[in-house]
Design a protein around this ligand. Sequence first.
Ligand code: CP3
Length: 354
Amino acid sequence: MNFKVKNDTFLRALLRQPTEYTPVWMMRQAGRYLPEYCATRKRAGSFLELCKSPDMATEVTLQPLDRFPLDAAILFSDILTVPDAMGLGLYFSEGEGPKFKHPLRDEVAIKALQVPDIGKDLKYVTDAVSQIRKALDGRVPLIGFSGSPWTLSCYMVEGGSSDDYAKVKTLMYKEPKLMHHILEVTTQSVIAYLNAQIEAGAQAVMIFDSWGGALSHSAYHEFSLAYMQRIVEGLIKEKDGVRIPSVVFTKGGGLWIESIANTGCDAVGLDWTMDIGIARQKVGERVALQGNIDPTVLFATPDVIRVEVEKVLSSFGYGSGHVFNLGHGISQFTNPDNAAALVAAVHEFSKKYH
Ligand code: CP3
C-alpha cells in the first residue's frame, strides 16, 4: 500500500520543511462534542465496542474531516487498549471514565505481565489503521498513537483515573525495581504496537504522556522520558522510502522540552501553559512543535478564538516547524461551530508566516 498523500502539509511541518500555511488538527477531534460521533457510539453500544469495530472506528475517524478542513486524521482508538491486551480487563463505567478489573496491586501480578500478542489481541487496531488509510484515499495523513509507558502504568496501577497518582507514585518510590519492570514490559509492548500501526499504514506516530507532568524533575527523566526515548529509538523510521515522524507529548512537560527534544523525536507536543515562541527558542532547529492553544478557548466566541489563534501563530513566528493543535483534548461540551472557527482562523492567519 503506498497511496500518495494529496495534502501532506502536516508531514512536511513535522519535518520542518516549507509549507504554505500552518497545518492543524485537534487532539480528540473525533469525540462526544460531535453529534454524529454520539450517534455512531450509540449504534456501537459502547465506547469499547466502537474501538473494537474497524468499520465503525473508520467511520468516526473520518467524521471530523468531513466537517472541518483538518490537515491530519488520527486513528480512533484509546491508549488503554494496550493494558487491556495485557489482560487487565478494561471497562468504562458511566461518568467515571476508564477502569481495570485486574489492576497491578502486588508483585505476583507485576511479575506476570507480558508483552501482548499484537497480531492477535490488538489486530482490531491494525485492521482499523489499514481500513482508515483506504477510506482516506490520500486526503490527509493518518496519525497512529500510543500512551507512554508511565501514563499507561498510572492507569494499570491505580486501576483507573486518579487525582494524585498516590498508588503508582508510592510503588515508584518504595519499589523502584517493580516499577521499572512494569515500564520495561510496557515499553516493549508500545514499540511493537506502534511499529505494527506503522506497518499497517500509520504515517506519523504520537506518544501521549498525559501524566508525566505529575512527576518530579528527576522522576520524570528516570520513569517517563527514558522509556519514551527507548520507544523513539525502536520505531520504524521510514516506510516505502517515506519518513515516519514521531511526536512526543508530555502534558505539563514545558520545563523539560529540551530533554524531550533530545530523545530523537521529530516533534514535541506542548500543552497550553508554555509560550510556544519561548519553546521554539529553547529547542532551536532540533524538532518541530505541536500545539498549543488552551482547549477552553473554544468555550468563548469565534472572535475570541480568532484572537487567541493569532497569538499562538505570532508567538511561534515565521517559518515552518509548527503544527497547530490544542494543548490537550477537545472538551465534549465544545460547540462544533467554534472548532470550525479555530480551523478556519489557523488556515487564514498562518499564510503570512510562511
Ligand atoms: O484524538 C482522537 O480523536 C483519537 C481518539 C483518542 C481517544 N483517546 C478517544 C476517546 C485518543 C488519541 C485517546 C487517547 C487517550 N485516552 C489519552 C491520552 C490523551 C489525553 O487525553 O491525555 C488518555 C489519557 C486516554 C484514557 C481515556 N480514554 C480517558 C481518561 C477517557 C475518559 C475521558 C472522558 O472524557 O470521559 C477515555 C475515553 C475516550 N477515549 C473517549 C474518546 C472519544 C470518550 C469515550 C466515550 O465516547 O464515552
